[in-house]
Write a protein that binds this ligand. Structure first.
Ligand code: TRP
Length: 457
């Protein structure tokens, strides 16, 4: 079973070494693992809360997408997209907004900090605070819940937001009477290094002490490294590696053996200027090939756009049926909808006629089954199995799966059901995507009914 891991990257600013070591590199390494189904996206709606400069928003999106690709993100393995290409996210944001307690948002750290600052300076408490900042946690909850993400790796400053996403999801589930959302878990990477910046404090844009990852090229990298603050020990005097920023940064890139050699050189009195040159050369060895890739990407923004659009297509294949299911659940249904579903989610498991699984033998002798709706319509047709036992096992699993846990992916005008990453059944062809989306809602409801029946409810 794969774990769905999702994280957002706010598209403001230019990536620096601290971002690379603390976030980009570990996230990409994790995304390569076979058991991880990674969703990485550019949180450009969130960026609007921080910046109203269109040129900056545009530039930052391009630079950040190129940075992640150049750093080794594989868009074939990872679903990589822009938040603003997924219309289901703002739609879900509104559904969630309507169940979110205003008091919960009053307690968000970022909003509270902004209010506190106003109060300190004797301003009106809400001076200069947009509703966007206030709503930030709800938008973030939608980012996560639209995809049923199980794990969300973030920095410590984001823990509260994940807790709020869980709160909001639980509230929605409770009100509408079904486990619509997976409750996401926060993942904090404990081992990753935090890098010191030029002045020895944590490297951060807010301290203006950063070393850019790619911007300015090799020359700027070297010049910035030469500005790292050191103590005043002269060449020939032994230097303490553990209290030196140079060593901390070096170690985040180098092997154990390389780090041991650098430590020895410092202890043996290498001059700070020479030590900085050693650091520069070690960083450049890692960064140069990525920078070349980065510059090639930046020169062809159309290619980046294509990659992101393909990512958005994959992402929407999950979010669109999810949001269609939610629209239905909250009562935003087509008026022409034939079945009056009032109370289906809460009561139907006890009253409605059940959906059925029907096995049959194909003309070529293989074994298949259909999932039929209570009205007898085909919802799914299984693939062909050579072994009737295999077909039976899959049916058994479908009986207990439930609509929320089922991996139903949409394809043009139809849908497929996956178990363990493998397609085991396909929906019929529908007249158009909207009909298909409505059918996916029915399919999930049918799977819920099957599971309820199996539990003897
Ligand atoms: N708020 C996050 C940050 O500033 C970025 C983000 C937006 C995010 N949406 C998300 C992270 C969803 C994880 C999941 O770092």
């Amino acid at each position: 079973m794969q774990t769905r891991v999702l994280t957002g990257i706010t598209t403001t600013g230019t990536p620096h070494l601290g971002n690379y070591v603390g976030a980009i590199r570990p996230a990409i390494a994790a995304s390569r693992r076979a058991e991880v189904d990674a969703f990485f996206f550019m949180a450009d709606y969130h960026a609007l809360i921080k910046s109203d400069d269109p040129a900056r928003i545009e530039r930052s999106r391009l630079e950040i997408a190129a940075t992640w690709l150049a750093a080794g993100l594989d868009p074939n393995k990872v679903t990589f997209y822009q938040q603003s290409d997924i219309p289901e996210i703002p739609e879900l944001t509104w559904f969630l907004t309507c169940v979110t307690a205003k008091g919960l948002l009053n307690r968000a750290h970022a909003y509270k900090a902004a209010v506190d600052k106003n109060v300190e300076t004797a301003e009106d408490a809400d001076a200069g605070i947009t509703a966007g900042l206030y709503m930030y946690p709800v938008l973030m909850a939608a980012d996560i819940l639209a995809f049923d993400a199980q794990q969300v790796p973030v920095g410590r400053d984001q823990i509260q937001h994940i807790e709020m996403a869980r709160d909001i999801a639980q509230r929605f589930n409770h009100i509408y009477g079904r486990e619509f959302f997976v409750l996401p878990e926060v993942v904090i990477e404990e081992q990753v290094a935090t890098l010191p910046g030029l002045d020895g404090r944590k490297m951060s844009k807010s301290y203006d002490n950063t070393i850019a990852l790619f911007a300015g090229g090799a020359r700027q990298l070297r010049e910035t490294i030469m500005r790292i603050v050191t103590d005043s020990r002269m060449p020939g005097e032994p230097k303490d590696a553990d209290s030196s920023s140079l060593f901390t940064i070096f170690r985040a890139f180098a092997s154990e053996a390389e780090s041991a050699a650098f430590r020895r050189a410092l202890e043996e009195g290498i001059g700070w200027g020479d030590a900085k040159q050693v650091l520069y050369e070690r960083l450049e060895a890692d960064i140069a090939p990525m920078r070349e890739h980065y510059e090639n990407l930046i020169a062809r923004p159309g290619d980046i756009e294509d990659i992101l659009q393909e990512g958005a297509r994959k992402a929407r294949a999950i979010a669109a049926p999810k949001v269609a299911q939610l629209r239905d659940a909250i009562g935003l249904r087509a008026m022409s909808s034939t079945h009056t579903r009032s109370g289906v989610s809460k009561a139907a498991s006890k009253t409605a006629k059940p959906p059925r699984l029907a096995s049959f033998r194909d003309a070529d002798g293989s074994f298949r089954f259909r999932l039929l709706s209570p009205e007898g319509d085909e919802l799914l047709l299984s693939k062909a199995f050579n072994d009737p036992k295999q077909a039976g096992l899959v049916q058994k699993r479908l009986k207990t799966l439930g609509g929320t846990a089922a991996t139903v992916l949409t394809v043009p005008r139809s849908c497929v059901l996956e178990l363990d990453g493998e397609v085991v059944a396909t929906g019929p062809d529908y007249a158009d995507d909207a009909t298909r989306d409505a059918a996916v809602v029915d399919l999930r409801a049918a799977l819920d009914l099957l599971a309820a029946q199996e539990k003897g409810e």
